[in-house]
Ligand binder design. Structure first.
Ligand code: ADP
Ligand code: ZN
Length: 704
């Protein structure tokens, strides 16, 4: 007999109205004791597929997860929703681990996250045999695949679960799409009887943009962030550590909150920057590909690439870290001729065997193809993964502003023939000089002012020729020398173009940089920026009190819905998506107050909880005492008081006695800080409590 149904659990514990996609079917399968293999894109909602069965079934669910950071994150998020969850891994002390084992034995936990190597210890397995295990969930199941990049040898041994616990349902989950990996998972984990649930791999909320570089890529990145993602979290990927450091420093000097992350930094520094990225709002991490695995942050609003990834797989995985929460996000990339040359060179000079090299070449070709296409990028991406999409997506750069093409046959012939005439060993800059008839000494030294292609290309600018060469290299009509000087030579595919048997259409360089349209929902829908900031501030404050990332209190989507619906009672608040029972109880008042203080026409309406606080204050009870008595935080009480002050229901003096000098000092600090509490608090060196500053602020807004 089930006491809770999956749907009622979804609503009461997680605060969501309905299941997404195939969640309901998957959960049904597991709840009734069947095995499942779940392939779902990032952000699709895999976690609930085992968390809900764990809550509905009797006993404790064992979740195998490959990364400590992931486990900690999931457990903290579950606890926020009032779920009894814990993890066992090497980060725990002996005592802590012992305590968790005690809780397990006492049947006090509903979910236990465990690292595979820990699970496989004979000791752990026999502990499990003494427990009532409700199900096994194997997260990131593609780690069993030897061909993938996340291979974990211990994962292969997880088939032992099937042998030792044949009657306990198992669910394996991954976001890795391909057929080979899927078969490996089924074989290695003995999931032959599992029901397969395969979702499409599209990430419709991600807007793909790939721009050819014209001018400074860093400047373009800065403009992109400034125009679209001010104050929002993002990841910028660079190829080298040096470029990471330089880019982070440059962005920081431009006033953005940018931090570096790469394998050359000390473990401690890396950890620190990662923590800040997770906890604080709006941090940009500039990183090599060392960063990302195990980052579950839902509100990453953009992923930018300043270098071309080596394959579409890498590109899709890296960009996939944007927008896990389902809200609009950007995947932005700037690439240029030099990228194409560098990657071609790297691949040509690779030490791998011929077969491997062929695969690498194929992957790079596909990546370059994606960059240069003029049709919908999403359709191309999905096609690459064997998924089809009937219509162009309308949410990529090529759909939004279709690139112009031109008949570049003649230009290509000139460019190719110039390579031929100069002996197939010169780089792009030299070739362009020849085509444009440069007077430079170097040209004359080589006698290149005498070749037939000298000066025949004055009709195109330097940049336009670079675009032509880039596309010829990307399309494989030219290849790059292995020695690394960037010399170009013709390939077989150049022949039909040179002979005039094939025409060639190329992308036109985008001349005037258009202002990017906003992909970000936040500012677009936010008529009331003050309320938005206040809600975020409230969230941050609550998160800081507990030392957890802000998104664990509520996701952006939840705050946005609060903005739209402006709930005024706990009951109304509980109907907002993402507000479950536990969070309603813990944070409901704080958010209602914020809504009340900053919300549109709400000033005239009264809220009972505020009145209760005022009544207690009128009885001469101190703020601290009121908090204790009402079992609320001091912050919440100050929120109430600030609300009451701004409604002119009480005076500032009722709350706190400040002399004229102190008042003046606070007013000044608030003014300097644009009425933001945190900077004002800091500029006053913490002399006055947040709550006091808030009340003073409320008293000024009341005056006007
Ligand atoms: P995945 O593990 O597949 O990348 P998650 O399990 O982290 O995805 O879920 C992504 C986001 O979607 C989370 O913020 C989660 O709370 C949210 N989510 C999942 N299922 C639902 C649902 N049915 N309704 C609303 N939000 C959901
Ligand atoms: Zn498109």
């Amino acid at each position: 007999m089930l006491t809770n149904t999956p749907l009622s659990t979804l609503q009461s514990t997680f605060g969501y109205d309905h299941f997404r996609g195939q969640q309901a079917e998957i959960i049904d399968q597991v709840v009734h004791g069947g095995d499942a293999l779940v392939l779902m894109p990032t952000g699709g909602g895999k976690s609930l597929c085992y968390q809900i069965p764990a809550l509905v079934r009797e006993g404790v669910a064992i979740v195998v997860s490959p990364l400590i950071a992931l486990m900690q994150d999931q457990v903290a998020a579950l606890r926020q929703n009032g779920v009894a969850a814990a993890y066992l891994n090497s980060s725990l002390s002996r005592d802590e681990a012992y305590r968790i084992e005690q809780q397990l034995m006492a049947g006090e936990l509903k979910l236990l996250y465990v690292a595979p190597e820990r699970l496989l210890l004979p000791r752990t397995l026999s502990l499990l045999e003494q427990l009532n295990v409700s199900l096994f969930a194997i997260d990131e199941a593609h780690c069993v695949s030897q061909w993938g990049h996340d291979f974990r040898p211990e994962y292969v041994q997880l088939s032992v679960l099937h042998e030792r616990f044949p009657n306990i349902p198992r669910i394996a989950l991954t976001a890795t799409a391909d057929e080979t990996t899927r078969r490996e998972i089924i074989d290695r984990l003995a999931l032959h009887d599992a029901k397969c649930f395969i979702s499409g791999f599209d990430r419709p909320n991600i807007r793909y943009q790939i721009q050819e570089q014209s001018g400074n890529a860093r400047e373009a990145l800065f403009r992109f962030i400034q125009n679209n993602h001010e104050g929002e979290a993002g990841v910028v990927y660079c190829l080298s550590r040096k470029k990471v450091d330089e880019t982070a420093a440059w962005l920081a000097q431009k006033g953005l909150k940018a931090l570096p992350y790469h394998a050359g930094m000390s473990q401690q520094e890396r950890q620190l920057n990662q923590e800040r990225f997770l906890r604080d709002d709006g941090i940009i991490i500039v990183a090599t590909i060392a960063f990302g695995m195990g980052i579950d942050k839902p509100d990453v609003r953009f992923v930018a690439h300043l270098n071309l990834p080596k394959s579409i797989e890498a590109y899709y995985q890296e960009t996939g870290r944007a927008g896990r929460d389902g809200l609009p996000a950007d995947a932005w990339m700037s690439y240029g001729l030099q990228d194409v040359i560098t990657l071609r060179q790297m691949q040509e000079s690779s030490e791998a065997n011929e077969q491997h090299k062929r695969i690498e070449r194929h992957k790079l070709d596909a990546m370059l193809g994606l960059c240069e296409i003029t049709a919908c990028r999403r359709q191309a991406l999905l096609r690459y993964f064997g998924d089809t999409m009937e219509q162009p997506c309308g949410n990529c750069d090529n759909c939004l502003t279709p690139p112009e093409t031109w008949d570049a046959t003649v230009a290509a012939q000139k460019a190719l023939s110039c390579v031929h005439r100069t002996g197939q060993r010169f780089g792009v800059n030299h070739l362009i000089d020849v085509l444009r008839g440069s007077e430079q000494e170097r040209i004359k030294q080589f006698g290149h002012d005498k070749v037939s292609t000298y000066g025949i290309g004055k009709e195109l600018s330097n940049n336009e020729w670079r675009g032509v060469y880039r596309q010829l290299i990307a399309r494989g009509l030219l290849s790059v020398d292995i020695e690394g000087f960037g010399g170009l030579h013709l390939t077989e595919s150049a022949r039909p173009v040179l002979k005039g048997e094939q025409t060639l259409h190329l992308r036109k360089l985008r001349t005037s940089e258009k202002r990017e349209r906003k992909a970000s929902p936040q500012m677009a829908n936010v008529q009331n920026k003050a309320l938005w900031n206040a809600l975020r501030e409230c969230r941050k404050r609550l998160a800081d009190e507990q030392g957890i990332p802000a998104y664990m209190i509520f996701h952006d989507a939840t705050l946005m819905e609060m903005m739209e619906r402006q709930p005024q009672t706990l009951e109304q608040l509980s109907r907002i998506s993402g507000v479950g029972e536990r969070k309603l109880e813990a944070y409901g008042d704080a958010f209602l107050d914020t809504l009340c203080e900053y919300g549109g026409e709400l000033h005239t309406r009264s809220s009972d909880t505020v009145h209760e606080t005022i009544d207690l204050l009128a009885m001469g009870i101190s703020v601290l005492e009121i908090a204790k008595q009402r079992d609320l935080t001091v912050t919440t009480i100050y929120n109430h008081l600030a609300t009451a002050i701004s409604r002119a229901e009480i005076d500032l003096e009722d709350v706190v006695q400040l002399d004229a000098k102190a008042l003046q000092q606070i007013h000044f600090a608030l003014e300097q800080a644009d009425n933001k509490l945190k900077p004002a608090y800091e500029s006053l060196d913490g002399l006055y409590d947040y709550g006091i500053l808030q009340c003073v602020r409320a008293s000024t807004s009341n005056e006007v």
